[in-house]
Design a protein around this ligand. Structure first.
Ligand SMILES: *[C@@H]1O[C@H](CO)[C@@H](O)[C@H](O)[C@H]1NC(C)=O
Length: 211
């Protein structure tokens, strides 16, 4: 027993030291228990509230212009309406810096259009509209050929994309920024005859969302 005492670390060696040592041990135990409890509470709260990614669906898309000239330059004009929904009961969403553009055959055919930032409350929905244009945008050499093939087939598939950042809001706490990527498909009739009005699709299809 006495041998074990002399072998213990210096600061725990004498009789006074032993008490201090015990105090440190108890304090350490107290703080580590406290810390573990706090961490567990945060984990449980996060697991309960864990935000579900927002939902987007395409309500309407209209192509007013899709005009290839000088073989590889494109004028385009697209109008779209999206429905955005926050499926969370206890988490709000701040949308910052949302930008929309259209792509066709894997190529961007309009420039980015910014949407005004907004806050979406618990289980709220918002209608988002955007006018997208491209003036003299360069496209790849196969673009005209592919567009001709779609015209023969009688339909085209347009990608409408939203990129940006969002923040989650839980009570008064607001998270850091997370990237969000939305991709919507619009399928439209696209005949060889010059259309009298815009190419239009009205559908409620779900878009794919990544956060
Ligand atoms: C493309 O758009 C620009 C700007 O609106 C216009 O000046 C030009 O004539 C258009 N070109 C074609 C071929 O439509």
């Amino acid at each position: 027993m006495s041998q074990a005492l002399t072998k213990s670390p210096k600061h725990c060696g004498n009789k006074h030291g032993l008490n201090i040592c015990k105090l440190y041990k108890n304090l350490f135990l107290l703080f580590s228990t406290f810390g573990t409890t706090i961490l567990s509470i945060i984990l449980v709260v996060w697991l309960i509230l864990r935000p579900t990614k927002p939902e987007f669906s395409l309500k309407e898309a209209d192509i007013y212009q899709l005009n290839l000239f000088s073989s590889y330059l494109l004028n385009s004009s697209v109008q779209l309406t999206l429905l955005s929904k926050n499926p969370n009961q206890k988490v709000g969403i701040y949308y910052d810096e949302l930008q929309v553009y259209a792509a066709y055959k894997g190529q961007q055919i309009t420039v980015y259009t910014s949407l005004p930032p907004f806050y979406q409350g618990h289980e709220d929905s918002n209608i988002l509209t955007a006018s997208l244009v491209g003036i003299g945008l360069p496209v790849g050499p196969s673009f005209g050929y592919e567009m001709g093939r779609d015209q023969t087939a009688g339909r085209l598939v347009l990608n409408l994309k939203v990129i940006g950042r969002l923040r989650w809001k839980v009570g008064v706490w607001v998270s850091g920024k997370y990237r969000v990527n939305v991709d919507c498909l619009a399928v439209m009739a696209f005949g060889p005859a010059v259309p009298t009005g815009p190419l239009t699709t009205r559908q409620g299809t779900q878009c794919s969302t990544n956060v």
